[in-house]
Design a protein around this ligand. Sequence first.
Ligand code: ARG
Length: 383
Amino acid sequence: MQFQRRFEAEGHAGRPLPSKVSQEILIEAQHYLSILHQEHGVSPGYLQRLEEMRTELEHSGTYWQTEEELSYGAMIAWRNNTRCIGRLNWQTLQVRDMRHLSTAQDIFIEIVEHIRLATNGGKIRSMITIFAPQHPGYPGIRIWNPQFIRYAGYRQADGTVIGDPLHTELTEAVRQLGWQGAQGGPFDLLPIIIQMPGHSPELFELPRDCVLEVALSHPEFSWFAELGVKWHALPVISNMRLEIGGISYTAAPFNGWYMGTEIGARNLGDVNRYNLLPLIAKAMELDTRSDRTLWKDRALVELNRAVLHSFALAGITIIDHHTAARQFVHHEKHERQAGRALYADWGWIVPPMSGSTTPVFHIPYENRQITPNFFYQDDPWLE
Ligand code: ARG
């Protein structure tokens, strides 16, 4: 705000930009630049840089961010995302600037490299790879997959699904593009689909050896391993748009590490995902005839113990929901000390099991979307 007033006072703001879009980008650029300068002190100075951005916007309808603007912006986008409980770590994000790549093939190579570097043999590193920005008003680069590592879902004639029911649509879409499907099993890796602006989507198979997976076993139930359930170690979200200073990065895949409940409570537990609770309850010989026996709750706990146990055994970073919630409360304190408000989406921050046993359950949050941030985009196969 203070910067804005100074800027206007010096008479720059009155000079009209060619289009409304450019004006909106300049407002966002100015907003971001003031955050960057307040928090992070960079050169060139605020006014000089703003003038550069304005001139570039005038001539080309966009502007190219410096590496520092890009990497700090990515960190703030993480910090601002109200649905993430792991934001305490926002400053540890490793940023890979891959804006110079112009072919799907080269992008795919860096996707594989991202998976290898972030997996790091199990000691997971938070990482983002940023590909070229969208030119305002034109389509941007899109990665069709919601995450790099996802299991296919094959819809059967009788309506049931083999694999992950969340991905039946994507599985259909890649089959339309000519994918032969893998084994037709419950954990088939989907290929990566990359679409360059104005081009048809291209398919790439991930090399098996870059994808780290964990076979699930239980600390006490020896039968658990025989269920043949596994999950992947690395969650890399690849379909969100990163917005920094008015510039949109439509392909900017990022990862942290898993919180156990994402896998144990949701991916494997949800009725419309792998729906494992009835199977586990049966193996535990629970009375599943009445909800009041709490067979679902008991099976859920054991499934989640299996997830945490198996990841730990394999030496793969994972956090339990109690620790994550406690860290989030720490984060809240840090942010307050830094003079910043913390916005959060309560329904996403409170873990999907044992909510009231974690501190975040008892705290009300305001859910406000501020920029920089990560935003949802429409699925490209629907466009
Ligand atoms: N919930 C998603 C999944 O189960 C992953 C979302 C991102 N999670 C994370 N820990 N960074 O695959």
